[in-house]
Design a protein around this ligand. Sequence first.
Ligand SMILES: [Fe+2]
Ligand SMILES: [Fe+2]
Length: 382
Amino acid sequence: MIRPQDNHLQKLIRLLTTAAANAALYHPEHRQVLRLNKQALNELQQLFSIHSNITLKVIDEQLIFANKPVAKNLAIDRLLESLDRNGISHLQIEPGVYAEELLGLINILSKTPDKQIEIKSSENIHFGQIEVRYKNSGQIAGLGLDEIAEHEADRFMDIYQTVRNKQKLEMTGINEIVNGFVNAFNSQSDAFMAIAPLRSMDEYTYTHSTNICMLNLAQAKVLGIEGQLLNDIGIAAMLHDVGKMFISPDILSKSGQLDEEEWKIMQQHPRLGAEYLLNTPGVPRLAVVTAFEHHMRFDNAGYPKTTRLWTQHICSYMTAISDTYDAMRTHRAYEESLNIDQIISIMLDLAGTKLHPQLTYSFLQVLSELDKKNAPSNYTSS
Ligand SMILES: [Fe+2]
Ligand SMILES: [Fe+2]
């Protein structure tokens, strides 16, 4: 049975390790770190209502809390790794703990072999240390995709809300989210695996945008695209549907078919998105182009209407492929959930008309690699 304190502890550890990963990637006072630190402090308060102090011990590579082993997961593994790297065998936190002290702990957890941070107990945080040692294999912790999804979801909603309210978009937020994804991709030994955690939630904009981001990054990675272009492709994916924020929610969330008038309005989202992004400082040009082109189709028979000779950017073709796949997976457009074979056969049918053929084959290759490595249930239904 899961005890309430287990939930708080798991949350606390996830927040601390995510904050530490952010501190390692950016800097210890980064606002994302400060935000997670504040949330961690809240979780600690919940735990202190049950326990007089929080003592975590490491015994035989197992984390022990309140005399019981803590169920392992990615965050627990990461915490164990950090404690091990710093030679910390136990950690005690007292109820008086304040934000700066907790930030100190996060900084210690973010320590990597190339970063010197002194480990010393503070007023309310005490360390039990064995020898300090480093693991050569230890790499800077990348953010897990699931964790990004959890911690960034609300932030992303804020960003979209900003657009909806016709305010200026803050590109730093988008950049950070995409950087997190790119780092998560890079920290995975196998880029194919990174699209496994795709989830379908009701929060359409966030889920859809992050799905398209991950799918685009997977496509770009297998093509050998790296560096700034990879980041820009991720950013373009996150923002491809930003124009939908200017469409009435009644049309966006209508469950039945759109009538002719509504469909005309809906078809304006690429242009509205591109116009908005064009006027937003710091947005990569590629995001403007992708927002405008992502429904044009490979045969240029889509919308906005253009000449047959219009040449689209490769990112727009990729986004159309990711979009088509995501629509089938999350059955926004289909009543029944489709299995992977049905999805593949539909996409093969569309290759050369709606979708860019070579990029579609490459994408299906990504899917079949994933198929070999995962149980089909991971992605055949949603
Ligand atoms: Fe769209
Ligand atoms: Fe879309």
